[in-house]
Design a protein around this ligand. Structure first.
Ligand SMILES: [Zn+2]
Length: 367
């Protein structure tokens, strides 16, 4: 049980919580207390709504919904800009009849059951703050990031002021015995979260997260994209052909370097890239003397220094009449301290000539 916030307490709570807000003229004395003879409070929770319209401040503050439901229709109005408007400090016409079972759960800060008219009803306007958040309610109109962020902060500000948990935060659809479905609709995003559908469970989770931090906290936002990196271009080959004996794995030792952007794969080197980094490329091979149907296997192998650490899958180049041509895809990520070699295994009984080996790769060095 708590007394409703005074104007000074509203301002202090919202300011501390980082809620951007303006004050509608006359808000500190606006309310239905006098007209109804029912004093607002004690307060037990924050009831959340969507407007099912746009630009609703005039009707919320002045015009009301109908002769039977006069203004003010909420304590606060939250438009798409995310800049909250304080509308009323007294009793407001937003909640209508609340199911007793839902009301009791909000008071006790327990999970809110489906509202049951049979459990009895309470005038929700007696003790619930009301916020109307601008949204057409057609399932397509989207709450902006700014709007949702303010929405979480607003609810957290109320809870923090009163010492409540997120269990005091409810949605109209959770209390109404008149079939209200608000609030609902898609949300542009919040913190690191992209587009999602509004649910009261999510709003409460976000309020709970805020309350676990100090009031000045802000949710971490989308991480900045890493700077775009232009990959280095590696283009290696052989100055001279060489003979590949049958039966054992043998490094391709590149002896020709057309570009040297990475700068650390020396000529006469089997290492064509060193980690940490990512690369994609192709190795084009030409063999002479590989009998038709015989096979030379090709694979990438990772080393740490001279120690073989990881073998990558094998590609087979199959001998054809005349010279044999093969292309091998090179795509991998290489950890720090690792280097990559290309190795060949001649499975023919014959010695084969490696007439050409051209490696072209784009390399994104990390770190
Ligand atoms: Zn509502």
């Amino acid at each position: 049980m708590s007394d409703p916030m005074t104007p000074a307490e509203w301002r202090a709570a919202l300011k501390a919580e980082g809620v951007p807000f303006t004050e509608l003229s006359g808000w500190t004395s606006r309310g239905r207390d006098q007209a109804t003879g029912k004093i607002f409070g004690p307060v037990h929770g924050s009831l959340n709504h969507h407007t099912a319209g746009s630009d609703s401040l005039q009707s919320i503050a002045y015009q009301g919904q109908s002769a039977a439901v006069p203004a003010p229709l909420a304590h606060a109005y939250l438009p798409k800009t995310g800049v909250l408007v304080l509308v009323a400090d007294g009793r407001a016409n937003h909640a209508g009849l609340a199911a007793r079972n839902s009301w009791d759960a909000i008071v006790a800060e327990k999970p809110i059951p489906k509202p049951s008219k049979a459990s009895g009803t309470v005038d929700g306007n007696d003790g619930l703050y009301g916020i109307e958040t601008e949204n057409r309610g057609d399932g397509k109109d989207t709450y902006t990031r700014e709007q949702y962020d303010t929405w979480v902060r607003y609810n957290a500000a109320i809870c923090r002021h009163h010492g409540w948990t997120e269990g005091s935060v409810a949605g109209h659809l959770e209390t109404s015995v008149e079939g209200k479905v608000d609030p609902a609709g898609p949300v542009e995003g919040y913190g690191r979260r992209g587009r999602f559908s509004f649910t009261m469970a999510q709003l409460r989770a976000d309020v709970r997260e805020r309350l676990a931090h100090s009031a000045s906290w802000s949710p971490p936002t989308v991480e900045e994209a890493p700077p775009t990196m232009t990959p280095a271009y590696v283009n290696l080959g052989l100055v001279h052909s060489y003979r590949l004996a049958p039966g054992s794995w043998d490094d391709v030792e590149f002896t020709q370097e057309w570009t040297d952007e990475p700068g650390d794969h020396a000529a006469n080197s089997a290492v064509f890239v060193q980690g940490a980094g990512r690369f994609t490329g192709t190795l084009s091979l030409r063999f002479e003397g590989l009998p038709e149907g015989d096979v030379v296997q090709v694979r990438q192998s990772e080393y740490e220094g001279a120690t073989l650490k990881t073998n990558h899958p094998i590609t087979e180049v199959i001998g054809t009449a005349g010279g044999t041509y093969g292309t091998v895809a090179l795509v991998n990520r290489l950890g720090a301290g690792r280097s990559m070699r290309v190795r060949l295994l001649n499975q023919s009984a014959e010695e084969v000539e490696v007439a050409s080996a051209v490696l072209k790769a784009l390399v994104w060095q990390e770190g």
